[in-house]
Design a protein around this ligand. Structure first.
Ligand code: TXA
Ligand code: MG
Length: 316
């Protein structure tokens, strides 16, 4: 086994925490069954305790160790999308600490689709709680260096798995009487979800109500102000050096090239999703004062891109 992964496994067994790549974003991982490790995750991120963590497992047959029951729909979705960017909310067993679920009797579970965390998970005998490896409220990391910059000092290791293939967090789905409820749009598009699982309900929280955890209105935000939709007022009053632009596929003639991030010149929403978070971060050390973000087509991963931009632009 890769020695970096072995070292990481040793840290995790001792209750230490560190960053792992996944296909969605980098996660800050610790032993999900060890409350001290889980506390370290919350502390390192400055994360409020009302915001629960996703638990990562290596294989479908491990789910029965942590979950009381598996609705038929959940099984169908797991078979279709795991390993992959889908998180299922399921009734937890008592071995999952309440700290992980913020007191809820549901636990969020997924199998990541990336060789590094899969190999790591196979070398330990506990699941990994892992929120995105960023400070609370900030843009999620899609490269190891993003994690190093923010959390490097506070954690025991960062496993480098390159740039995240999907670039947006997992789609979160729960069940009520075998009906699917989508709580967060993400790496699995609603179209794909419907194709496999049929009808679903959307329950995407847009308020600041912390009871709908992690769905806080303001989230995924860089330190520069993001303006999403209704740019009109800004464009007439500012000089083009002042602002950056996040665009889907075409450039703006009146804006200097270095201030523009065109997420997919060929108009591919998957590619745009992959580039979104690093584009937001890339303005941090520039003299751009704020970021104008285009609205993306509301289909496929475009919906999740719009969701993240709208939260990144929300006032606290
Ligand atoms: O793609 C992903 O999901 C990444 C990678 C690392 O797996 N993880 C991630 O975690 O995005 P995080 O902490 O940034 O977002 C987790 C969100 C919470 O904010 C909450 O919305 C939801 O998952 N969640 C977790 N446990 C839950 C629970 N028991 N009940 C309801 N929602 C839960
Ligand atoms: Mg997060």
């Amino acid at each position: 086994m890769n020695t970096e992964i072995l070292k990481a496994a040793e840290f995790l067994k001792k209750g230490e925490i560190g960053a792992i790549p996944t296909e969605t974003v980098y996660g800050l991982a610790g032993n999900a069954l060890n409350e001290m490790a889980v506390l370290k995750i919350f502390e390192a991120k400055n994360r409020p305790f009302f915001d629960p963590l996703i638990v990562h497992i290596a294989a479908f047959n491990q789910i029965e160790k942590y979950v009381e029951e598996l609705p038929a729909k959940a099984q169908i979705l797991a078979q279709a999308f795991w390993p992959g960017p889908l998180t299922l909310l399921l009734k937890k067993k008592s071995n999952i600490p309440d700290l992980v679920t913020a007191g809820s009797d549901l636990v969020a579970i997924r199998i990541p689709n990336h060789p590094i965390p899969l190999e790591l998970l196979k070398s330990i005998d506990f699941p990994l709680a892992a929120p995105s490896a960023n400070l609370f409220g900030y843009v999620s990391p899609t490269e190891a260096k993003h994690v190093e910059q923010q959390l490097g000092e506070k954690i025991s290791f960062v496993l480098d798995g390159g740039s995240c293939e999907i670039g947006l967090e997992s789609t979160i789905v729960g069940f009520e009487n075998d009906k699917m409820i989508v709580y967060r749009v993400g790496g699995i598009s609603l179209e794909e979800l419907q194709r496999i699982g049929g009808e679903f309900e959307l329950n995407i929280n847009q308020s600041s109500n912390p009871k709908a955890p992690g769905m806080l209105k303001s989230h995924y935000a860089p330190s520069k102000k993001v303006i999403f939709r209704n740019w009109g007022d800004y464009l007439s009053n500012i000089s083009s050096e002042n602002f950056g632009i996040i665009a889907f596929d075409s450039a703006y003639e009146f804006v200097p090239t270095e201030n523009q991030r065109i997420l997919s010149p060929k108009g591919d929403l998957n590619e745009a999703a992959r580039n979104l978070f690093s584009a937001l971060r890339s303005f941090e050390n520039s003299n751009v004062k704020f970021i104008l973000a285009e609205e993306f087509p509301n289909e496929g991963l475009g919906r999740a891109i719009n969701d993240r931009l709208s939260r990144a632009s929300a006032e606290l």
